[in-house]
Structure formats: C-alpha cells, structure tokens
Ligand binder design. Structure first.
Ligand code: GLV
Ligand code: MN
Ligand code: MN
Length: 398
C-alpha cells in the first residue's frame, strides 16, 4: 500500500463539506471510522493491531527482540482542523513500515505504529489525554469524570465504544515495551519553509496550558436595564481577552482566547454567564506563570468592577519538554535536517517523560495549522516518509 492510497482512503473521514475542515472528535462516528481504517491498514500490512485500555491504538510489527521502536501520532482534530495535524504521522508511520518491508529490511527490534486518543482535547478538554493516561500524567478517576459540552463523561463515551473505563490508567508493561518513540508531524509554522527544508527535527516544546474562565453575572433585558444596574459578564470577558494579548506581548509569550460561550445567548438580553478558554504558552515555566498570574489578576479585577463572579479552572497543563538530545542529534545527522523548537503540544512530549522521544516535522508551505488552510505537498509528504523510514531502520536495525 502506498502513502497516496492510504491517505486518500482516510481523507474524507470527518471532513465537513461546508468548511473543508475536520471534526474528528474522540469516541464519535468519525473517530470510529478512523479506528476502522487503522485496523484495515494494519491487517493489509500483516501487522497486529490492538487497542490499549486507554483507547490508544497500536499496530505491531512483531520482529526481533527487546524494546520496540514506536512511531505514530493521532487522528482527532480541533474544530475544523486541517487534514495533516495528526493523521500525517499515522499514515506516514504505516507508509514507512511498508517501504521498509518492500526493501526487505529485517528489524532487530519490534516496530509499532501508534494512534493516541484525544490529543487535541477538543472533546474532553485535556490535551494528549491518551498519552497522559498511559504515562500516569493524569489521575484515572479525574479523567473518567471529564465531560464534553453535552455533559457526556469520558467514562460514558468509552463505555459506549465498548471499552471498560475502569481499566484506564498508567500501563507500565506497555511502556516497558517501548524503547523509543518518534512522532512525525506537519510543521505548525513556517520555519522549514523559510529554511528551504522539507523535513526538520524537533528540539523542544514550550510549556503551555488551558484555563477555563467562568464569568457569572445576571440575565436581564437589553432594552430596559439601566447600564449602572447591570451585572454583565461580557464586559470583564472582553477586558480579559484584551489583557491576555497585552500580557503576552509584554513577556514574549502567547495567549489566545479561541473559545467562548455566551449563555443563554440572546441578542436582546444581557448574558447570565460567559465561559471562555484561555490558551497560554511561553518560552519557560517562570514566564508562563507570570503571564497567567497577570491575566487572571486583570480578569478578577474586571469581574469585580462589574459585580460579576469569576471562577478559574486549569483544565490542562503541559510542562516544558526537551526531546532526548542523543536521539535528536542522531536523527538530525542521519537526515541532514535542521533542528527546531515548537509551541505546539504533542503526545511525543508527554511520552518524553518516560521514554526517549523525538519528533520529525514536515514543511507546511502555508505556515497555518488548526485550520483547513494547513498544507503539505505530496513531495514533502514523500520526503517525510523516507526520513521516517531511515530513522526507523537506524533505530530498529542496531
Ligand atoms: C496541539 O495541537 C496543541 O498544541 O494545542
Ligand atoms: Mn493540533
Ligand atoms: Mn497534532
């Protein structure tokens, strides 16, 4: 099976016809279709597919002995995400295995292709949920209680998909079988394009996190309530969105409010509540701490000024990650590829706390991601597969 065949089969799954964006949320119909694709592709390559207790998929090339070289990424998307963020790594992993098999390569260690569940946290709010569960970075009880915007818990969603939510949590025996993890991913910026390189090697991930801000005011009539009598949660929310931007500029960091819900949402009414999600990222954890402290202080003051209450909940946090220096150097030498950091989170970053992990990035000529405008050319995807095959051969051939 070629990369193009696998890619074409997966491409329509979960794509919204109107926007051209992907809505592949974990444990939904689109996710089930992606999982079926994974099982079919694994079988076509003569590999052995299994779903681990946390819902992550693994396809094993049972060869050689010792800890495996694992590679992969995720299927799930942000709302109206691009085609490449996640799926490129899974398809490239299978294509690299297919290429090695065609070359008659005989691994001395097992090779595994992985697809982690809920990497984006788009449904249950916690990014890299599958890899966090696997490594013990999230407590299983609190993971089971996570709920989506309809109030469906992770436990309910997993049960409906036929999994046992009581079985989720750290999996030491599986972790012990992974010697190295390499994730290939579309670049989510334009550094490779600027360098004129098709493939790069990841060095580090900025620390980042997600905070939910619940502003609660009082619903009232837009035409009859005097301005001075209002408790309008929209006002401190607006002040907070602007404060986030200013604070980020002030400390060389990033802050984004990408999701906001006004309740109940009547055009001629003052809202009763505004819920907003702050995504904050910074070059180091001290700066991130200062950034979030400044934004929350300004949000608290703005809320008090309007007699609005504010609850702040940290939904997800990812510490700073430096990928394994030896692996990074080895891949960069082997491929003659540039090394670059990223502000985006990845399962490889979570796994890096437990196993040597690294990343390969494939050039994105649009420089845009988390959007249907995300791109990678066929030639660059092919370069990514060749690079990954070379890395797998190097790591599994010793
Ligand atoms: C994942 O794509 C993230 O960085 O939010
Ligand atoms: Mn993403
Ligand atoms: Mn991703």
């Amino acid at each position: 099976m070629t990369f193009a065949e696998m890619w074409a089969e997966l491409l329509p799954v979960g794509r919204d016809e109107r926007t051209g964006g992907y809505r592949r949320y974990s444990w939904t119909e689109a996710d089930t279709a992606c999982r079926a694709w994974f099982h079919r592709t694994s079988a076509a390559l003569g590999m052995r597919a299994v779903c681990d207790p946390n819902g992550n998929l693994w396809s094993w090339w049972d060869a050689g002995s010792g800890p495996a070289v694992a590679t992969g990424s995720h299927f799930d998307s942000v709302p109206d995400g691009g085609a490449f963020d996640g799926p490129l790594g899974v398809v490239s992993a299978f294509a690299a295995v297919a290429a090695l098999r065609e070359q008659g390569f005989r691994p001395r260690r097992p090779v595994a292709v992985a697809a982690f569940t809920e990497e984006e946290g788009a449904r249950f709010g916690v990014a890299c949920l599958g890899s966090r569960l696997l490594t013990g970075a999230i407590e299983p009880g609190s993971a089971r209680r996570l709920s989506d915007s309809d109030g469906i818990t992770l436990a309910d969603a997993m049960s409906a998909a036929g999994l046992d939510p009581a079985a989720i949590g750290p999996d030491e025996s599986l972790l012990a079988r992974i010697g190295t993890y390499v994730e290939l991913h579309v670049e989510q910026g334009s550094a490779l394009d600027e360098l004129g390189a098709a493939v790069g090697v990841g060095s580090a991930i900025w620390p980042h996190g997600r905070w939910r801000l619940d502003f609660t005011g009082r619903a009232d009539h837009a035409g009859t309530t005097k301005l001075g009598d209002r408790r309008d949660p929209m006002l401190p929310f607006a002040a907070t969105a602007l404060a986030a931007r200013e604070a980020a500029v002030g400390c060389g960091a990033l802050a984004t409010v990408g999701k906001v819900v006004a309740e109940p949402g009547g055009a001629n009414a003052i809202c009763s509540a505004v819920r907003a999600w702050l995504d904050a990222r910074a070059p180091d954890e001290a700066i991130l701490g200062r950034l979030v402290a400044q934004i929350t202080a300004e949000a608290t003051a703005a809320a008090a000024q309007q007699s609005v209450s504010l609850d702040i909940t940290r939904e997800s946090f990812s510490p700073e990650v430096s990928f394994d220096p030896e692996l990074r150097e080895r891949m960069s030498q082997l491929l003659g590829a540039p090394v670059l950091p990223t502000g985006a989170g990845h399962d490889a970053g979570v796994l890096a706390s437990r196993v040597p992990a690294g990343m390969l990035f494939v050039r994105n000529p649009s420089g845009i991601s988390h959007s249907p405008a995300e791109q990678a050319s066929a030639a660059d995807c092919a370069a990514g597969v060749s690079a990954l095959a070379a890395v797998l051969a190097d790591l599994a051939g010793q």
